[in-house]
Ligand binder design. Structure first.
Ligand SMILES: CC(C)(COP(=O)(O)OP(=O)(O)OC[C@H]1O[C@@H](n2cnc3c(N)ncnc32)[C@H](O)[C@@H]1OP(=O)(O)O)[C@@H](O)C(=O)NCCC(=O)NCCS
Length: 227
């Protein structure tokens, strides 16, 4: 159950801060709706953050011809953090180039699908994907969220998440959903401080109960009806 308070807090956090996300949009930690890594109120910024949250980090949508880059980032993510994702590195490696090309084309300029990248000093250091679950046009679901270890703690994750939430809001979605591994504390902290709330206990993401379990989290994008 999502409380009215959580609804309102999430809305107020993102209201009036939506900026268009196109392949050329720059999102810095200062203009992203999540507020930036150094600005959240739940814990004081670490010492190094005042210098690492800089203009060198920005988010953008993938370009239609960046299928090879998407493949490189996704394979790096799966090699780095196999427990964080349901997909395996072995399975992703077998996907043909056409599949990555199709994902990049679909994620570049669509209200239904998204691939957002975060760059530092001009180099891609992270990614997130978004899609519209079948039969739920009011919802956007996120996945494949990853920041390379060297860029963690810099605000890059906030920029990525902000790009995805902004995309969902621009598309008119009422909520953003994602799945996170129960033991993935950095990711759960990131999502919680952004306004996501846990929807229920861990459950398998497929019908096969022997596969990994994930916790569903939801970020409401619209204010509750006032009574
Ligand atoms: C999840 C991820 C994108 C977050 O990026 P990040 O740059 O680490 O994010 P942040 O720096 O904002 O850190 C997130 C939180 O985790 C905390 N954290 C960092 N390392 C941690 C650790 N080893 N153990 C526990 N918490 C940790 C941070 O302090 C922060 O919490 P805070 O808001 O209370 O300070 C990144 O860690 C990542 O790519 N992980 C591997 C892939 C993954 O898990 N993807 C998510 C799939 S759902």
């Amino acid at each position: 159950m999502i409380s009215i308070r959580a609804h309102r807090a999430a809305w107020e956090a993102f209201e009036l801060k939506v900026v268009p996300i196109t392949p050329n949009t720059t999102l810095s930690p200062r203009n992203n709706p999540a507020g930036g890594r150094a600005h959240h109120a739940m814990s004081p910024p670490r010492q190094e953050e005042s210098t690492t949250v800089t203009d060198g980090i920005h988010g953008r949508r993938i370009r239609p011809d960046e299928g090879p880059l998407l493949r490189r980032l996704r394979l790096a993510a799966l090699a780095d953090s196999p427990a964080a994702f349901w997909q395996t590195l072995g399975a992703a490696r077998t996907l043909p180039a056409a599949d990555w090309a199709r994902r990049a084309e679909g994620g570049a300029d669509s209200p239904a699908d998204l691939v957002a990248l975060v760059e530092r000093a001009g180099e891609a250091v992270g990614m997130v994907q978004g899609f519209t679950p079948t039969g739920r046009p009011w919802l956007r679901e996120l996945g494949a969220m990853w920041v390379t270890p060297a860029a963690r703690g810099t605000g890059a994750a906030d920029v990525l998440l902000a790009a995805a939430v902004t995309w969902a809001a621009q598309a008119g979605a009422e909520a953003v959903k994602l799945w996170v591994a129960p033991a993935n504390r950095p990711a759960r902290r990131l999502y919680t401080r952004t306004g996501f709330v846990v929807l229920g206990g861990p459950r398998p993401i497929t019908d096969d109960p022997s596969v990994k379990t994930f916790v569903p989290m939801l970020l409401p994008l619209h204010p509750p009806q006032r009574r």
